[in-house]
Design a protein around this ligand. Structure first.
Ligand SMILES: [Zn+2]
Length: 409
């Protein structure tokens, strides 16, 4: 089993049940959460592309987007960063605040800013302050990097290094942040991250969580798991909780044995058992983008290929499928099921007084899965509330209605 998974289980057992129990007895809000909600309950969406009419039409007030790394190798300011700054300036002029996600460890490392050395640590802080000062007039908040604990974002850092990477950036921004919100996020419970972040919570305006109940992990996932995760995180951190990403896949179904066999044959094997003895060849036959991703996660160690492809969530990407049990009851993975999800979920989360915002994942359907690169993989291509041609899906109207109700309260 991967070390990341082992740590998640170990820390989950230590912190999740105890904090859930504690959540039954503690206050459900604080002065800090009340102040936050009186200012605004964040109604946001991820990854739009300046479709202002559609965004205003859905009552979206915040956009969450990734900041491009600001420097080239020679130290000059990068064009993608200049472009990013111009874009968020336009968002600001159009009345939409931006929740800017600062760059990932790999981006900093490519620039020689490595939190594992004293000089690198200084460089990380310098880059982060540069980003802040350049963007502070146009953003509403910063999320320091994204989902540490997820191997694809965290590697090559350990969790201790990842927490330090986040923590020193928050510490540097805290005294200069003014009205700009700062915090960090996690994927699911991630108790291993939050435990390491406890010393840095005093620098956070919020703690973010990404929740995708019913979309990952082949098991029965009732909607009340949202309550479980939110209550636990509130009890553990006592900070305003921001749902930085949440959503529901609007397509995908389980593949038949025959369909799976046909996929395996494409890559030169007859069965999963057959693949076990030929993993080198199998991985070399995968589409280039997928192959590179598997090699990155395996640190180029072929002995890890089998577990990655057949025992982790990459299996769904390999077969371009969603297992039958992987859903919230009564919310099918269809455009209608996705809309039903939004109809129900907003009421549930808005009731929790310590929750201070919710950012829908995401604006539009994409043409390729960003994990495996395949266009017919449902996992990362069907999250949009509008389709690839920007036509509103049923979920668009559910989100619009929910945001209107929240803003009217
Ligand atoms: Zn995929």
């Amino acid at each position: 089993m991967e070390q990341f998974v082992k740590d998640q289980i170990k820390y989950g057992l230590k912190y999740l049940p105890s904090n859930l129990f504690k959540s039954l007895f503690i206050k459900k809000s604080s002065d800090e959460t009340e102040k936050f909600r009186n200012r605004e309950f964040i109604c946001g969406i991820c990854h739009a592309h300046e479709e202002y009419d559609l965004l205003h039409g859905a009552n979206v007030k915040w956009l969450r987007s990734d900041v491009n790394f600001p420097f080239n190798e020679d130290g000059s300011v990068s064009l993608p960063f200049i472009h990013y700054k111009e874009t968020i300036k336009r968002y600001s002029e159009n009345g939409i605040k931006v929740m800017a996600v600062t760059p990932y460890p790999q981006d900093y490392l490519r620039y020689g800013a490595d939190v594992r050395t004293p000089e690198g640590e200084k460089k990380v802080v310098e880059v982060t302050k540069f980003i802040f000062n350049e963007l502070k007039d146009y953003v509403g908040g910063f999320q320091i990097t994204n989902e540490m604990g997820m191997p694809r974002f965290t590697i090559p850092f350990t969790m201790d290094e990842a927490a330090k990477f986040i923590g020193i950036q928050l510490e540097a921004l805290y005294p200069i942040r003014g009205d700009v919100l700062i915090g960090y996020n996690c994927a699911g419970p991630a108790a291993d991250l939050h435990a390491r972040m406890l010393p840095y919570l005093k620098y956070c305006d919020y703690v973010g969580i990404d929740i995708y109940i019913g979309c990952f992990g082949a098991m029965y996932q009732p909607m009340w798991l949202y309550n479980v995760l939110l209550n636990y995180l509130w009890a553990m951190t006592r900070k305003p909780i921001l749902i930085q990403e949440f959503g529901y896949i609007s397509g995908g179904y389980p593949k038949t044995k025959e369909e799976k066999k046909a996929i395996l044959r494409q890559y030169g094997v007859e069965s999963e058992k057959d693949a076990m003895t030929k993993m080198d060849v199998f991985v070399e036959n995968l589409p280039e983008y997928f192959r590179n991703h598997v090699k990155h996660l395996a640190h180029n160690d072929p002995s890890r290929y089998y577990d990655l492809l057949f025992k982790s969530d990459l299996k769904d990407h390999l077969y371009c499928e969603l297992p039958a049990v992987q859903k919230i009851p009564f919310c099918d993975h269809t455009p209608e099921g996705q809309a039903r999800f939004y109809d129900k979920i907003f009421k549930r989360i808005f009731k929790k007084k310590f929750v201070c915002g919710a950012i829908v994942y995401m604006f539009d359907d994409t043409s390729r899965c960003y994990i495996c690169g395949q266009s017919d993989c449902p996992i990362e291509t069907k999250w949009g509330i509008v389709d690839r041609d920007k036509n509103p899906k049923p979920a668009y109207y559910s989100v619009k209605k929910a945001f209107a109700e929240i803003q009217g309260q």
